[in-house]
Design a protein around this ligand. Structure first.
Ligand SMILES: [Zn+2]
Length: 469
């Protein structure tokens, strides 16, 4: 049984429409860890919306470093396709697991991935190949079609009628255009989306589908390049559109700049309801089990100690998410200014100085390897000489990388320690994974104690943090 299990989750564009939120992937993996009796040591999350594009995945790389360094010895993913985007990546991963002796890999959807046997490898390879070819075919077709339409400034069909335009999306509806211009002006003057919506709704002005305005719909509309007569593709303006604009491109650019930060994460600018204290950060004070996010049927966000198969908790503890998340954020911000943390960070900073040294030595050694390879290619040295010279250098690089992966953690909070105000100011704009990372750097976990009977309001004395730093 592995001592330290890693969970890897990845969000990607998914033409099959089965895209699964990172949070759900993590929760399912945590449940699986619970049923296996494995301890989750670390959660790695990549936001990789352009699948198969070959873009770097920083968290995947960190995972590989940690496997190499022996920091984790078990791995859970939702489906193998989260882990590998191409057969090439799978082969590299097999080599890595071989070298590190990692054999404990489980997936929620596809069972065990046993890379230690030839049969298991074949299954993994086939699975990867199938996932890739299916995704490739559908994605390529769609991608090409959309890109072509986008670069020509053409209408892309489907969906509901955009506010301000006729159903064929080519002509302006004058009354609605006036509303858009007005809302744009008010937004740029600093009025909040909420206040504009209240006003529109009170005046019984409805959206294109006859609904009431919400800040989300309003901002999405004002952010769109469409209303300035420009065609947009994946958030980028690709061409002058075949339809007329309602506001000028200059006004649109100002709106887009102003509203982009409020758009939140995700390719569609829509942020799903998410939970901050996942990945083992909350523990039940009755039985010590990790608590999971589980909204009440009315949608009230909660964390609960879950009983039943796969969970193994007592099932007798629940806490509302909003106040706990607020408490943790405050506690972490407070902690950043304490002498204990300053001390922990002095040590961490020394590690950071070492970090720079290590990075420099890796760069130097890598350059040396490249020079050796050139010498060998030029026949200045023999293969034997090349091989003999190469080994100690490669060894140094590997050792430096192992050391690096152990000490790189504190970088996340280094900018903020002793200056919680900077983080407090930035907090609202940080995305959820970033907040989670900062909290997990400082906080090991938070124990939730039973509520005192008769106390209905949120009671901070129920919560006791166990600090990591
Ligand atoms: Zn419990």
């Amino acid at each position: 049984m592995p001592r330290a299990t890693a969970i890897y989750a990845r969000i990607s564009s998914d033409p099959g429409g089965t895209r699964l939120g990172v949070e759900r992937q993590i929760e399912d993996c945590e449940a699986l860890a619970g049923s296996l009796g494995w301890t989750v040591a670390e959660v790695y999350v990549d936001n990789d919306v352009s699948a198969y594009s070959g873009r770097r995945r920083p968290e995947y790389e960190r995972l590989c470093d940690d496997i190499k360094a022996g920091v984790v010895d078990g791995l859970l993913v939702w489906h193998p396709d989260r882990l590998h985007r191409s057969p090439r990546e799978l082969e590299d991963f097999i080599d890595l697991c071989d070298a590190a002796g990692l054999t404990d890999i489980r997936t929620v959807r596809a069972g065990d991935v046993d890379l230690s046997t030839s049969n298991g490898r074949m299954v993994a390879r086939l699975g990867g190949v199938i996932a890739r070819s299916e995704s490739d075919k559908a994605a390529d077709r769609l991608r090409r079609k959309h890109l072509e339409l986008a670069t020509k400034g053409k209408v892309s069909g489907g969906g509901t009628r955009p506010y301000g335009y006729t159903k064929d999306r080519r002509h302006v509806v004058p009354e609605e255009a006036a509303i858009i211009r007005q809302a744009a002006k008010r937004t740029l003057a600093g009025e909040s989306a909420r206040s504009i919506c209240t006003d529109l709704n009170e005046r019984r002005i409805r959206t294109s589908v006859g609904g009431e305005w919400t800040p989300n719909t309003l901002n999405r509309m004002l952010r769109s390049a469409r209303i300035s007569g420009r065609r947009e593709h994946r958030g980028e303006i690709t061409a002058k559109a075949e339809w007329p604009g309602i506001i000028t491109p200059a006004v649109s650019d100002r709106l887009r700049a102003r509203l982009s930060r409020a758009a939140g994460p995700g390719p569609s600018g829509r942020s799903p309801r998410r939970y901050l204290l996942t990945g083992g950060l909350l523990r039940c004070g009755r039985c010590g089990t990790v608590m999971y996010s589980r909204p009440r049927s009315g949608g009230l966000r909660r964390y609960v100690c879950a009983s039943g198969p796969g969970f193994g908790g007592c099932g007798k503890m629940a806490v509302n998410a909003d106040p706990v998340e607020g408490f943790v954020a405050e506690a972490v911000l407070y902690r950043l200014d304490t002498p204990q943390l300053a001390q922990a960070l002095t040590e961490a900073r020394q590690a950071n100085a070492e970090h720079d040294q290590l990075a420099a030595s890796i760069a130097e050694d890598t350059a040396m390897l490249e020079q050796l390879a050139r010498d060998y290619a030029d026949r200045a040295i023999s293969h034997q000489e090349w091989s003999a010279a190469r080994q100690p250098i490669q060894g140094r690089i590997d050792a430096a990388k192992r050391r690096l992966s152990r000490i790189s953690r504190t970088h996340r909070i280094d900018d903020y320690a002793g200056n919680s105000q900077a983080l407090r100011d930035a907090w609202a704009d940080l995305d959820l994974p970033r907040r989670h990372a900062i909290i997990a750097t400082v906080l090991d976990h938070l124990v939730v104690h039973p509520a005192v009977k008769g106390r209905n309001r949120f009671d901070p004395s129920r919560l006791s943090p166990v600090w990591r730093l």
